[in-house]
Design a protein around this ligand. Structure first.
Ligand code: HEM
Ligand SMILES: [Ca+2]
Length: 905
């Protein structure tokens, strides 16, 4: 039995936007999924042995590698004027995909030495005192640096790295300073009791901070209130996404620790960087970089530069590591300003592990550089609030929630809003009578106003007065012009949707418009990631194996409250840095005729926004991203990143991203590459030549020269050089870590876009509209780019030809109509203002106690609390009590009534 309410479609011609081409609610396009014509599909060949149908390309993204190779798959859509692709239905997901099991050291009857076993809480508290002494000596070291004017010079590459790239908020610095008490205490105990590195974590993890005198050094989190828990809108910080028993840290919040795929390998079991298996030094990262990395552009024939740029945007959503700072929050100097090592005393704070540059370095020797700056990542408060090895801290919400747009804290979220009509702040530029499309708003409280302008020496002109650094939810937005234009598109899409919703629902206030828009935009984001980006990155078979493929229709019930969505340390510190190999040395400006007009050298444009301002340039960068072939993930990196990263003007050199990545892996205690092969079910190498299954003979030879043992090889450098996994852009090890992460981000997120029966669930019609979105559509709708290939991560080909942005058949557009809230006389308005549509019946539900609210013209299941309704259907089919303290009291009432459940059963 269907909902008796049938919406009348919105056909008022008076509604049109200022830019008619960007029309949002086209009545012709209203409706569910795409209909396949027998005519269009009759000529479709079998693809991979399966029946195929002619559909818009975005519905074939998952099959792209196959359809590209199958002749005759380019087709004309049913109405005769849209180009499409013949591809099969989406394959069914495997139901067996599971995340890595929890990394742990102390699970299986580990045995401690007797004297270690005897450590008690008194001993721990004594060590706290000694830890305090250590802290004073750290302060003294920092004062010495200050007194001797040893600091990071503003303008230097290190300053850009620490101040702009790894900008830590005051709150993060405070938390990491607090966590240091635990670290120092643990170090003292390990030293005093001579605990072996392999025992130290298990020995100390027996002690909870709350039982010690440093019980208040880590923050507590507020419990989630019922109203927020049941809100259709996710919170900015991610609180209430999952529930946590009192006293436990909720998952996925900003400033919480990364989780680990494998328990760490720290030399001292606590925080010292890994050493070689034989106890010796590992090769210096720069030596590895010099030996293995070349700057060769091996262009992909299937992917565009968008793969690189979109990946970086995803990275800026889900993670931002906190770097250790001096007590006042300023960057830690780890080398002299001349590129030499500081004195031993200057390192006594323990926050530096500078990278040694060999004397005969073919590049840096020209500049007499021997020391590359490297400050350690800041320790996090451990989620278990116990003593133990150091974990690192993520400043962003771990969820895929566009925190790079909206911010990860309530403060930033407020800063980017206008509080008018749900819109976000912009820069509006006008030349004469012509408005340009909006740019991101200026960052007026951040760095000095001029830092993002180019010098005259670079640009040939005086810096235009309007040039500013831009403000967004993540402070790395200005890292390069490509990043800026990427965020610009999404910002414009927010304001475009908000405008559309405001016209559809004039009675919605700013807050409602902002929240609804945010919910839609984040869902589009999810859809693009799982429908277009991931298939290109890790391939269809990996996605299918883990159950990550998007659904063609209907709702998912995949949410699992036992899956921890937090970002894996190895994902942040290694796997998702694959993109560094894709970064092009130059960013291009290409016009609508696909002719390159100009290119800019990356080293001159880190954190420079000037090129984004001239009219038309946003579009030219966007066209370049869709046109220039991607580089490949391999041991080829542009010199802009390996010798000139964040180069200070006139210096001639910058930092080396490959050295930083390798050193970061050691800083975070990653195991050797071989251990991750084992984790991923790949053959473990006993000898170097066993690596030949995934690495080239040249690479294996180089590794054999560099490392003593095959177990010593650093994760990043080996995995980035692997042969590609089936249908993937990356090799099997990175693919395995990345897939695990995206499984967590899907199954561990109560607000994942296609979930049914959750407070944040859409109606089916709304969800079908979200499914129409492709990344090409977002670019088309939010720029003056006139044409695009429908699958924008993929290069132009016979099945992916350039079409007009106005071709809504080839690049479908979503219709906001299902978000129109319809007044109906049958509504019953409850005391709390919620409107209930009493006769709205749902297939499969008994409405005895459950009221359904017509939401946006559709039926959605909701409970009416004033009628004593206290339970809802959880995604796993369990009728679940809403009261949080007893959330685990659940009854399986399938087919029965879920609405009122006695507290005790
Ligand atoms: C303009 C291009 C880029 C620049 C200048 C850049 C620069 C950097 C730098 C300096 C770091 C910190 C290194 C360290 O000290 O540990 C970093 C980290 C990282 N990069 Fe990139 N990167 C770029 C592109 C990308 C791309 C395309 C990806 C996409 C896959 C990516 C993913 C990451 C990730 C995941 C991290 C770890 C961040 C964290 O832990 O907070 N980067 N990048
Ligand atoms: Ca996030």
């Amino acid at each position: 039995q269907n909902c008796p309410y049938q919406p009348t479609y919105f056909e008022d011609p008076a509604y049109h936007s200022e830019r008619p081409a960007k029309f949002l609610y086209d009545a012709d396009q209203q409706g569910g999924g795409y209909k396949y014509s027998s005519g269009g599909s009759a000529h479709c060949p079998k693809v991979g042995g399966l029946e195929s149908h002619c559909r818009p390309a975005k519905d074939c993204a998952v099959w792209y590698d196959l359809v590209r190779k199958t002749p005759g798959t380019a087709c004309t859509l049913e109405n005769g004027h849209g180009k499409g692709i013949c591809c099969p239905d989406l394959p069914l997901n495997s139901l067996h995909g599971k995340p890595f099991s929890k990394a742990g050291l102390c699970q299986q009857g580990y045995k401690l030495d007797a004297h270690v076993e005897g450590i008690d809480i008194v001993a721990v508290n004594e060590a706290v005192d000694a830890g305090h002494l250590l802290m004073s000596s750290v302060k003294a070291t920092e004062k010495r640096l200050f007194d001797n004017n040893i600091r990071v010079r503003p303008g230097s590459d290190r300053h850009t790295h620490s101040w702009f790239f790894f900008h830590s908020t005051n709150e993060s610095v405070k938390i990491s300073n607090g966590s240091m008490y635990g670290v120092y205490t643990a170090q003292q105990l390990a030293k005093r009791y001579r605990i072996k590195p392999e025992q130290v974590h298990c020995a100390l993890n027996r002690f909870h901070l709350k039982d010690t005198v440093i019980s208040n050094t880590c923050p507590t989190f507020p419990d989630c209130d019922l109203k927020t828990f049941n809100s259709p809108f996710r919170t900015i910080t991610g609180i209430c996404n999952n529930i946590h028993p009192p006293g436990h840290v909720p998952w996925g919040l900003p400033r919480t620790q990364y989780q680990r795929a494998l328990a760490p390998n720290y030399a001292d079991g606590l925080w010292m960087p890994r050493r070689a298996k034989n106890g010796g030094e590992l090769p210096p990262p720069r030596v590895i970089s010099l030996s293995v990395i070349r700057d060769i552009d091996a262009p992909s024939d299937t992917d565009t530069t968008w793969m690189m740029q979109f990946a970086q945007f995803v990275d800026h959503d889900v993670l931002e590591t906190v770097e250790a700072k001096l007590a006042d929050g300023s960057p830690v100097p780890c080398c002299t300003d001349d590129g030499l090592f500081l004195s031993e005393q200057d390192y006594a704070h323990g926050k530096c592990i500078p990278v040694e540059i060999p004397k005969d370095d073919p590049f840096y020797s020209k500049f007499r550089q021997r020391c590359m700056q490297f400050a350690r990542s800041a320790p996090a408060c451990r989620t278990d609030r116990r003593l133990g090895y150091v974990e690192q801290m993520n400043q962003n919400t771990h969820f895929l929630d566009l925190s790079a747009v909206y911010g990860s804290s309530d403060e930033v979220a407020l800063e980017v809003r206008t509080f008018k009509n749900g819109a976000l702040n912009v820069t509006r530029l006008r030349k004469g009578y012509h408005y340009q499309m909006d740019l991101l708003p200026p960052d007026d409280v951040g760095p000095e106003i001029s830092t993002c302008a180019l010098s005259k020496a670079v640009s040939g002109i005086d810096p235009p007065p309007e040039v500013r650094c831009f403000k967004a939810g993540d402070n790395r937005v200005n890292v390069s012009p490509y990043m800026v234009v990427t965020q610009t598109v999404i910002l414009r899409e927010h304001n475009r949707i908000a405008e559309g919703l405001a016209e559809l629902n004039p009675h919605w206030d700013d807050e409602r418009l902002y929240q609804e828009t945010r919910r839609i935009l984040i869902s589009q984001w999810h859809h693009v990631i799982y429908n277009e980006f991931l298939p290109a990155l890790i391939g269809r078979s990996k996605m299918q194996e883990l159950g990550l493929l998007p659904l063609q229709k209907g709702f998912s019930g995949d949410y699992d409250d036992q899956v921890n969505p937090s970002i894996l340390n190895e994902f942040a510190g290694a796997a998702f840095r694959f993109g560094h190999s894709l970064v092009p040395g130059r960013q291009d400006l290409i016009n609508q005729q696909r002719i390159k007009e100009k290119d800019i050298l990356l080293r001159q444009h880190f954190f420079k926004t000037q090129e984004v301002y001239p009219p038309g340039n946003v579009d030219k960068f966007l066209i370049a991203l869709a046109t220039v072939p991607s580089r490949s993930v391999d041991n080829y990196f542009t010199e802009e990143m390996t010798n000139h990263l964040f180069e200070e003007e006139g210096k001639g050199f910058g930092m080396d991203i490959v050295s930083l990545n390798i050193q970061r892996g050691r800083d975070h205690g990653f195991n050797g590459y071989n251990a991750y092969r084992a984790l991923c079910g790949l053959p473990v190498a006993k000898e170097f030549h066993d690596l030949l299954d995934l690495l080239s003979p040249t690479m294996v030879e180089k590794f054999e020269l560099l490392y003593d043992s095959v177990d010593d090889i650093d994760l990043f450098i080996a995995a980035v050089s692997e042969k590609k996994a089936d249908g993937a852009l990356v090799g099997p090890t990175f693919s395995c870590i990345i897939a695990d992460q995206f499984l967590r981000l899907k199954r561990g997120d109560r607000y994942f876009y296609d979930l049914g029966r959750q407070p944040g669930s859409f109606t089916e019609d709304q969800l079908n509209e979200i499914r129409k979105i492709s990344y090409a559509r977002l670019v088309c709708d939010n720029s003056n780019v006139l044409s695009s290939q429908p699958l924008i991560f993929k290069s132009v080909s016979e099945v992916n030809p350039i079409v007009d942005c106005e071709s809504f058949d080839s690049i479908p557009r979503m219709n906001l109509y299902p978000w129109k809230e319809v007044e109906n006389s049958a509504w019953h308005v409850a005391e709390d203002g919620v409107k209930w549509f009493p006769d709205c019946d749902f297939p499969g539900y008994d409405i005895g106690y459950v009221q359904q609210v017509a939401d946006g013209g559709q039926c959605a299941q909701k409970c009416k609390e004033s009628k004593g309704c206290n339970a809802f259907w959880a995604s796993d089919g369990w009728c679940t009590l809403k009261t949080i303290p007893s959330w685990h009291h659940r009854a399986h009432l399938s087919g029965g009534i879920c609405g009122f459940v006695p507290e005790k059963f």
